[in-house]
Design a protein. Structure first.
Ligand code: F6R
Length: 612
């Protein structure tokens, strides 16, 4: 959904913009552009395609200056082309702007500006902002013209603006799309996300909706749209640059898959109180949970992979905490008329904390008097700030577009939350409680053991790399795992059509497509529906499907039902989706890599969907 950066400082602006943009490329990569003030005016460079093309195409240029902005695009309005790539300029080339978001009323604004004589170059919604600021700057200072223009915009934006008439300042503003400020030594940054600035500073400030910021090399001033100053202190980020780099792995996705033992451990750390055998969160969250009513109802909302985590959460909370739980896609929930009340907790799950539909769902929940708890990976993100309490996943920055470590961290938090609530409601007997606590402690090691199947999975991937279709089937806790496995493959290997189903649904339709050799992956780990899954395997084998089965370690008999077996460590059913996710991620990764796919930045996708 586009990455934007802005820089003002005493270093040469070109390399800094490129370095920052390279850490935001996961947000969009169909074109890239930069603009800098070079002492004579605004210098703009744009290329269609990835940032690499722009860097190579400008490698012989000095790109000097101390003020600049950059953009990596995921097209919403206007095809990916050099003309539509950002930055966009006004008629006179005196100001440049980059934008992440959607201006919903751009057509009316454009017509008005065309009538006033403005000339447009692109089909984008963004260009109207440049002309609107130009229009107002004829009678107002740049600062006031920017504010005035912002007041007319409907939709969402994170913006960064520079102008020849104000060469010592950079301006930013936000409504609905993320924007952070990085405070360095004699330099300041604006960016869509923290990794963009981690190479230069860890002092960060978050801009809120309807706030404007004015940056000089050594100062910053945040204010409301009406011009009222806001006092805010920076926070120090504990991620370092190594977290945002590949550390020798071929792709970020593979690195992030391998990080899971550690991210699961970080997510559990300090949350198990062995003395009283209860889960503990931060004070605010404990307080929130303590006040839930005995008949509290949970409605879990999320998108994509986080939605699959939500589906697993439903099974967990229903079975152990005996709660009434509904799960909805945030993009559907926001347009429904849900029956919420003060005994409803809307639990929003989001890695980025900036997904537009999830945020809209949170706002609807609040309007209707429900409480909002969230599971989120990014401290300071919009979801985190707008929730009454937050359960953070401590997965660190997730860069690959396909979510992996954030998913297993979300499942871990859901299991912790389930334990907390089940315990608080006195629904667990002591031996059961102890057993769960022991498994939590072992989980990082179990995840490490699940990674041991990697070499086998590479061989299996080789066998299926030329497939055109893939079914993923599972039941109960591992039905969402099947959905997630299929999503991973279709996201990163668009050559293969993959679908996930509840295994029991096969006979109601999807089985019609099965032909000899059709690949079907089953998740058949130990559970009380194991025998049912075996029957489903038989049904597909009767139609000569080729079966890959993920089974619990030590299951010898499964080999007679499967063409290929992937083993995961044995565990209680509630934890099994955390472990089965790992081979599913690895299989998708190796199939995609064998097909030469762009694993970290698949076509048509972007991380953090900040538009509707
Ligand atoms: C899939 C994926 C997406 C996200 C979805 C929600 O691999 O990454 O489906 O899960 O866009 O994103 P968050 O969790 O940031 O709200």
């Amino acid at each position: 959904m586009c990455g934007i950066v802005g820089y003002i400082g005493n270093s040469s602006v070109g390399p800094i913009l490129f370095e920052s943009l390279s850490r935001l490329e996961y947000r969009g990569y169909d074109s890239a552009g930069i603009a800098l003030l070079n002492g004579h005016g605004i210098e703009v460079h744009k290329r269609v395609g990835k940032l690499k093309g722009l860097i190579e195409g400008t490698s012989q240029l000095p790109l000097r200056g101390h003020l600049g902005l950059g953009h990596t695009r995921w097209a919403t309005h206007g095809e990916p082309s050099e003309t539509n790539a950002h930055p966009h300029l006004d008629c006179q080339g005196r100001l440049a702007i980059v934008h992440n978001g959607i201006i919903e009323n751009y057509r009316e604004l454009k017509e008005r500006l065309l009538d006033q004589g403005h000339r447009f170059q692109s089909q984008t919604d963004t260009e109207v902002i440049a002309h609107l600021v130009e229009h107002y700057s004829r009678s107002l200072s740049l600062r006031d013209a920017f504010r005035k223009a912002l007041q007319e915009l409907q939709g969402s934006y994170a913006l960064c603006l520079l102008a020849t008439d104000d060469p010592e300042r950079l301006y930013g503003a936000r409504l609905g799309s993320p924007l952070i400020l990085g405070i360095g030594k004699n330099e300041m940054f604006l960016a869509s996300d923290v990794p963009a600035v981690l190479g230069r500073t860890r002092e960060i400030m978050y801009l809120n909706d309807r706030e404007v910021v004015e940056l000089s090399q050594n100062s910053l001033q945040i204010s409301t749209l009406d011009g009222n100053p806001i006092d805010r202190q920076p926070s120090r980020i504990d991620w370092d640059i190594a977290c945002a780099q590949k550390s020798g792995f071929k792709h970020f996705m593979l690195k992030e898959i391998h990080e899971q033992p550690n991210t699961i451990e970080q997510t559990i750390l300090n949350r198990l109180d062995w003395q009283i055998q209860q889960v503990r969160f931060d004070e605010r969250t404990n307080h929130f949970l303590e006040r839930l009513s005995p008949d509290e109802q949970f409605v879990i909302i999320a998108c994509g992979t986080a939605y699959h985590a939500a589906l697993v959460g439903e099974y967990m909370l229903e079975e152990f905490a005996e709660m009434a739980v509904d799960v909805d896609l945030a993009s559907e929930f926001r347009y429904r008329k849900p029956r919420l009340n003060r005994h409803t907790t809307v639990l929003a799950i989001s890695q980025s904390g900036e997904t537009a539909d999830t945020l809209a769902g949170i706002r609807l929940a609040k309007e209707q008097g429900a409480k909002v708890l969230s599971i989120c990976n990014v401290v300071g993100s919009s979801v985190a700030r707008e929730s009454d309490a937050v359960l953070f996943t401590h997965a660190g920055p997730e860069i690959a577009v396909a979510s992996t470590k954030a998913y297993t961290a979300q499942l871990t938090v859901l299991a912790l939350l389930t334990m907390y609530l089940a315990n608080a409601r006195q629904l667990l007997k002591d031996p059961e409680k102890l057993q769960f606590f022991r498994t939590f402690r072992k989980l990082p090691e179990l995840a490490r053991l699940a990674l041991n199947a990697e070499a086998d999975i590479q061989k299996i991937a080789f066998f299926y790399a030329d497939s055109e279709n893939f079914y993923y089937l599972g039941r109960k806790y591992n039905f969402p795992s099947a959905l997630e496995g299929a999503l991973k493959l279709k996201e990163i290997c668009p050559k293969i059509h993959a679908e996930g189903y509840a295994a029991g649904e096969m006979k109601h339709g999807p089985i019609a497509l099965i032909r000899p050799g059709w690949p079907v992956l089953f998740i058949a780990t130990d559970s009380n529906v194991y025998d049912k899954v075996i029957s489903n395997i038989e049904e597909t084998r009767a139609r000569k499907a080729s079966c890959v089965v993920i089974a619990s370690e030590g299951n010898r008999s499964i080999r007679s039902y499967a063409d290929h077996v992937i083993e995961v460590p044995k565990t209680e059913e509630i934890f099994s989706p955390i472990l089965t996710a790992i081979p599913l991620q690895l299989l998708a990764y190796y199939i995609a890599d064998l097909n030469g796919c762009d694993v970290d930045q698949p076509p048509n996708l972007a991380k953090s969907v900040t538009v509707e």
